[in-house]
Design a protein around this ligand. Sequence first.
Ligand code: FNR
Length: 389
Amino acid sequence: QNEIYARGTLDNIKPTVTTDPNKLEEQAKKHLPATSYNYVAGGAGERATMDANRLAFRQWKLVPRMLRDTTHRDVTVELFGKKYDSPLLVAPVGVQVIFNEDKETGVAEVASQLGVPYITSSASSSSMEEIAQANGAGPRWYQLYWPQDNDITISLLNRAKKAGYEVLVVTLDTWALSWRPWDLDEAYVPFLKGIGDQAGFTDPVFRKKFAEKHGKEIEDDILTASKEWAGHIFSGAAHTWDQIDLLKKHWDGPIVLKGIQHVDDARLAVEKGVDGIVVSNHGGRQLDGAVGSLDVLPEIVDAVGDKLTVLFDSGIRTGVDIIKALSLGAKGVLIGRPWVYGLAVGGKLGAKDALRGLLADLDQSMGLAGIQNISECKRSMVRRVQYPG
Ligand code: FNR
């Protein structure tokens, strides 16, 4: 991994995507139409929770160790009984066609090359089968936006199983879309286009229901179909804890609930017998004014960390951020915006560059912190600080 740094500084062969997290958003902006840029860089409300996600990271610092044998680092982890090359996962991100035509299939391909699990979104602009094919032998998980219509839910789960998705990630925080001013200020059509492209349109149950209801095929009225698919996955009607049983009945692999922030919900997840949770606030894209995601990680790990697998996302931008989240008890981390910006800048190779940069940064920073392997990322490696201003 150090090769990236050596080539860049000694041979002047630079990565195509900046490795400075503070410049990445700006670099991507130059490559995107305003509609797409606003969609990825925007958050809910006044972006207060997006800010809180970053501020929370700033309040934790590493306390490095010296004279330890960390020349060769081991970043492998085990999740749900399977060994993975690193603690990174590609967070589910929908409508990638609005960022680059390489879209989901391109990112799933490069994720596989890096051994990083790819999590396919229910709002993808490629079908889950196409993504699985591009991902090949790579590990892949499926993210469900949970429709109210059980027939469609079951159809999605069956397709995911057949296409080799190993873990089901159920996103709980987006049953209704939030108040996102940056989207409202711009046309929303690209979003609908992306949603409509493939994810739902290839589902046989959705196709059948659409044809019965409208007396025509999806292809005859793409706009109506797009809106209807969006209506299924962001239904505006909440599910409740007792309905988790339906998912357990129709999915025989691990189930992970994404979007947990309250410690009592983490306890309910244990009671319901799911296998894992993602402590996440959707990157500040849903409930603005909610707490920074890292702020709630320690209390959740303390309450349930020995009973299920705790994963984390929202605000990770550097290798050190990853070490902090792991030291506070996360077993793996989902990476969102950084690789989306990479995709915008340089297509699938840009997304790959962004992920490789994070892997390299993680590896190098672990060495300098005196951490040889991921299990050494412990609470004693971090300290909470509060600097003024
Ligand atoms: C997302 N996220 C998301 N989550 C999900 O479960 N399904 C989805 O389809 C999407 N789509 C999506 C699109 C875009 C453009 C972004 C930026 C995010 C949320 C994502 O999985 C993850 O929780 C956040 O990206 C984490 O926050 P940061 O680290 O990107 O700020």
